[in-house]
Design a binder for this molecule. Structure first.
Ligand code: SAM
Length: 295
């Protein structure tokens, strides 16, 4: 059993103990989520402790270096005006342009009960700090978040999206999409929505490598259902991030994926004409929760 498997069991036992003690002493209502009995303050502290713990890991330093390099790739280092960005850059105190990055995190999972998701959230916080992305510029969404978890995320300063956009978010400024162990449809939808040289060169994905996802799929199905990922494989730069064995369930097979403008502009113009919205009608194992209206 992995360390995290053990922690799952321990978490269960701890929960039982906590339930017993709660009957004796209750925190004030403002500090806890009535609906599911999640102790908001305690969970926030736990996330912060996990973040400090992860920040001391050697592999985090390597992630940090790789991410800083990968994010400079698409021309979105601070102070640089990205010619292909739509928005006027904000001005730093010295008056020079300093465009702030945005970060979008999908599919974190239930971080209050699942240790993997908690470590992934902690990693997100480290990334934001390393890349100096203000917490409010980080949008998070997972349809399975409980109300208590949403409160925790807001307390941490993150921006919780209220709508399920199915990954269809247009990047109008340099944007890091952070999605760990998510369904292929989420990645494919991000690519579809940003299917132009202008938008793809603005995004960086930190998530599961497209190469691995293709290798684990049946070729014919991957090409039919995930055509944007399939085409992107020819032009993206995918670099695996290091992962120690004991974190394999949490950060295994994670890569930085960028779309250098030089590669994108080599593709024929026809590549970009009227991209069809993906429908996934034939997908046997669709790993995405769709908007309520479509279900
Ligand atoms: C395989 S789980 C991964 C959870 C966690 N990141 C981990 O590694 O343990 C996939 C996650 O994607 C989320 N998800 C599904 N549809 C989504 C959507 N439309 N937008 C955002 N997240 C979604 C699921 O709720 C689930 O938490």
């Amino acid at each position: 059993m992995t360390d995290f498997g053990k922690e799952w069991q321990l978490a269960g036992r701890r929960k039982d103990a906590a339930r017993k003690s709660k009957t004796r002493k209750r925190s004030p209502p403002s500090a806890r989520c009535q609906e599911e009995d999640l102790d908001i303050e305690k969970t926030v502290k736990r996330i912060k402790d996990t973040t400090s713990e992860l920040g001391c890991e050697e592999f985090w330093q390597k992630w940090k270096e790789q991410i800083l390099v990968a994010s400079s790739f698409s021309g979105f280092f601070e102070g640089e005006r990205t010619d292909h960005s739509f928005e006027e850059p904000e001005r730093c105190q010295e008056g020079r342009p300093c465009q702030q990055l945005e970060c979008v995190c999908y599919g974190l999972g239930s971080f209050s009960s699942c240790p993997s998701a908690r470590f992934q959230l902690a990693m997100l916080l480290l990334l934001l700090d390393a890349r100096q992305i203000p917490l409010k510029n980080c949008l998070v969404f997972d349809p399975i978040f409980s109300n208590g978890e949403k409160m925790v995320l807001k307390k941490l300063g993150l921006n919780v999206l209220s709508e399920n956009e199915e990954g269809k978010r247009l990047a109008t400024k340099p944007t890091i999409f952070y999605l760990m162990h998510c369904g292929k449809a989420l990645y494919n939808n991000i690519l579809w929505k940003n299917w132009s040289t202008k938008c793809l060169s603005l995004i960086m994905i930190i998530g599961n490598g497209f190469t691995g996802m293709k290798d684990r799929s049946i070729d014919r199905e991957f090409q039919r259902d995930y055509s944007y990922m399939n085409q992107a494989l020819d032009v993206c730069e995918e670099k695996q991030l290091p992962c120690p064995t004991r974190f394999i369930d949490v950060f295994g097979d994670t890569a930085t994926i960028t779309f250098p403008l030089g590669n994108l502009s080599k593709l024929p113009q026809s590549t970009w004409v009227e991209p069809q919205e993906p429908e996934y009608q034939h997908c046997p194992d669709l790993e995405i929760i769709l908007k309520k209206s479509q279900m």
